[in-house]
Each structure stands twice: as structure tokens, then as C-alpha cells.
Design a protein around this ligand. Structure first.
Ligand code: FAD
Length: 309
């Protein structure tokens, strides 16, 4: 359902309740810094508030988008219809467990609400001597967003250390599943298509050996990725056996600019916003890359909102 102009927005606003705003500018909440407003917008800080508002949107048949840190989306210039919920539920608990004592391996059990920032969780685990999430300290998203896409880097991904996921099911019930039931694979989980909302996730960490230092991996990122300009990370998934960035570079597109959007001169699988890029500029570069490279390039970044002409 789209919110047609004939529908009384103020009536909907009243039904959604206090704390919900209309026509809310969203660009600044995304890492790309582009895109238009949300019809309705709310920030939530507790799981109950999040679940309550989601249930309300479902009951009203209102389009719904739950946003984490906005670091994996390209939001349309026309904005997004329906309700956007910005998830700031960010409680995290860390508990050292003797669960694996048989093997003499201690473990760190983490329970993180979906709005917790992944780099923070990774850094806190490192402070406690656990290195499983070192790779994640450079992924600027929330736990919920990372579970959604099974985020990963340098050969590791969420699936390696997730143990359980609590989520709001489409029937409005809160359920918990083992991570094995979440269909986690390369940049995919069941939550991508199901419409279910991730509320929290549990991690089971047991890597006491520092195989890679966060500082080294993040230095590598700074050297190879355009981190000083707004972007949304890798635009395309890597096709099997090859790197999307290499294919785009081979097609001669590194540095190509449309409006204020540019295929990064530093890393061709990144598109950067040079200042006043529009979502349309970015989309034109996406189309150009997809039509110039022979192998099919599947988007890793999610196109969100109203892309109608
Ligand atoms: C500089 C940079 C580097 C990056 N490097 C990496 C990398 O190395 N590896 C990698 O995998 N990604 C990388 N990313 C992409 C991005 O940070 C990750 O995909 C991250 O996990 C997205 O989390 P988010 O909270 O920002 O999600 P958002 O962008 O807010 O949302 C992305 C999707 O997740 C959904 N979502 C968010 N929260 C929930 C929830 N609670 N329940 C259900 N769905 C939810 C949204 O609805 C949306 O569909 C990078 C991005 C940037 C800008």
C-alpha cells in the first residue's frame, strides 16, 4: 500500500501515536547522505516500543522500513512511503561462560539488541580478550542490519559466531531461533525476504588468539576504501570467483562521475557522494556499471523508497 494523497496523513499520524513525525528528512541518517523524506518517522529505544510500533504499522497495512545505521541503503530522492523506524535499542550484555570447559575453552556470550553498533560490540569483546569479531570493528552498521545481510569481511562473517536471533514474527509474536535456522549465507539471511524484524542477537565467541588485529584490518580499509567520503560500502556482491571492483575497473569506469556521484578512484566497487549527489546520480552509475560489465553484477546495497519517475 502506498500512502496516497487522498488518505488523511494527520489521521494516520494520530493512529500511529505519540513520537511519530510526518515528512521527516532522512538523508542525514544514511551513510550516503542522499534521499528524500519518510512519510512517517519514529525513533525507538526499547524493544517493546519497537515491537509495538511495528505491530501497529502491520495492523494499519502501512509500508514499514526498520532502519539501523543506514549504511547499506540507497534511499530514493522521492523518499520513502509509510513508516520508517530508526532502531536505537542498543543494550548489550557480556558474560564469560565456562560452557566449553570440557575442552578447556572459555567463551564470551554476548546478547546484543539489534540497534547496537557492531564496531562497539567487537571492540568490547576485544577488550575482554575475544577476537572473533575483529573483522566487524570496521563495519559501520548495527547488529540488526548485520544479521540481515550476514555482514562480513576478510573471510569472516556473522554466521561464524552468531548463536541465536530474537525476532518479531509476522504474526506479531516474539520468537527466538538458533542461528542455523536463519539461512545465513553470503550477504543473505531469511530476514531479507521475510519482513520479520530482528530484535536482538546472541554471539558465542571463543577465539582467544589474535589472528588479526582490528587496527591492522582497519588500516587496510583506510588504505583501500574511500572512507572520507559518504558511501554505502561495497555496491555490488562479488560474483563467484572474482571481485566486482576489479570487473568495474577493467570496464574503465574507475573515477567515472555522474552529477556529484563518482565510482571511487580508490576502490571501483564503491560509489561516493562528492557533496551534492542525488540518489538518481548514484543509480545512473549503478546502471552504467551493470551494463558495462559482462558478468551479472548483483546489488549488495539495498535500493529503498519510491523510485517511480
Ligand atoms: C564504509 C563502509 C564499509 C562497509 N563495510 C562492510 C563490510 O566490510 N562488510 C559488510 O558486510 N558490509 C559493509 N558495509 C555495509 C553495512 O555497514 C553493513 O551491511 C551493515 O551491516 C548494515 O547495517 P545498518 O544498521 O547500517 O543497516 P541499514 O543500512 O540501516 O539497513 C540495511 C537493511 O537491513 C535492514 N535492517 C536493519 N535493521 C534491521 C532489523 N533490526 N531487523 C530487520 N531488518 C533490519 C533494513 O531494513 C535494510 O533492509 C559497509 C558500509 C560502509 C558505509
Amino acid at each position: 500500500m502506498t500512502v496516497a494523497p487522498s488518505i488523511d496523513k494527520s489521521a494516520l499520524l494520530a493512529q500511529l501515536g505519540p513520537g511519530v513525525e510526518a515528512s521527516y528528512p532522512l538523508a542525514r541518517l544514511t551513510s550516503f547522505k542522499v534521499g528524500g523524506p519518510a512519510d512517517f518517522f519514529a525513533t525507538v529505544r526499547t524493544e517493546d516500543a519497537l515491537a509495538g510500533l511495528v505491530r501497529k504499522a502491520w495492523a494499519l497495512d502501512l509500508p514499514l522500513f526498520v532502519m539501523g545505521n543506514g549504511s547499506n541503503i540507497l534511499l530514493a530522492d522521492r523518499g520513502i512511503r509509510g513508516l520508517v523506524i530508526h532502531n536505537l535499542c542498543a543494550e548489550v550484555t557480556y558474560e564469560e561462560s565456562a560452557l566449553n570447559q570440557d575442552e578447556g575453552v572459555p567463551a564470551l556470550l554476548i546478547a546484543a539488541q539489534a540497534g547496537a553498533m557492531l564496531p562497539r560490540v567487537g571492540r568490547e569483546a576485544i577488550k575482554r580478550g575475544y577476537y572473533d569479531l575483529v573483522y566487524a570493528t570496521g563495519i559501520p552498521g548495527t547488529v540488526g542490519g548485520a544479521v540481515m545481510s550476514n555482514a562480513g569481511a576478510y573471510g569472516w562473517c556473522m554466521a561464524d559466531s552468531l548463536s541465536w536471533i530474537r525476532y518479531l514474527a509476522r504474526d506479531g509474536e516474539v520468537r527466538t531461533i538458533a542461528s542455523g535456522a536463519a539461512e545465513l549465507r553470503y550477504r543473505h539471511s531469511r530476514f531479507k525476504d521475510s519482513g520479520e524484524i530482528v530484535l536482538a542477537a546472541g554471539f558465542h565467541l571463543n577465539q582467544r588468539r589474535e589472528e588479526a588485529r582490528a587496527s591492522e584490518l582497519n588500516r587496510r580499509r583506510r588504505e583501500t576504501q574511500p572512507l572520507t567520503l559518504p558511501n554505502a560500502g561495497s555496491m555490488f556482491k562479488n560474483p563467484p570467483g572474482t571481485a566486482a571492483g576489479a570487473l568495474i575497473e577493467q570496464a574503465g569506469l574507475k573515477g567515472r562521475r555522474i552529477g556529484d556521484a563518482q565510482i571511487s578512484e580508490k576502490h571501483a566497487n564503491f560509489i561516493v557522494n562528492l557533496g551534492r549527489a542525488t540518489a538518481r546520480d548514484v543509480k545512473a552509475l549503478i546502471d552504467l556499471a551493470q551494463s558495462s560489465v559482462k558478468e551479472p553484477l548483483e546489488l549488495e546495497v539495498q535500493l529503498v523508497g519510491d523510485w517511480s519517475e
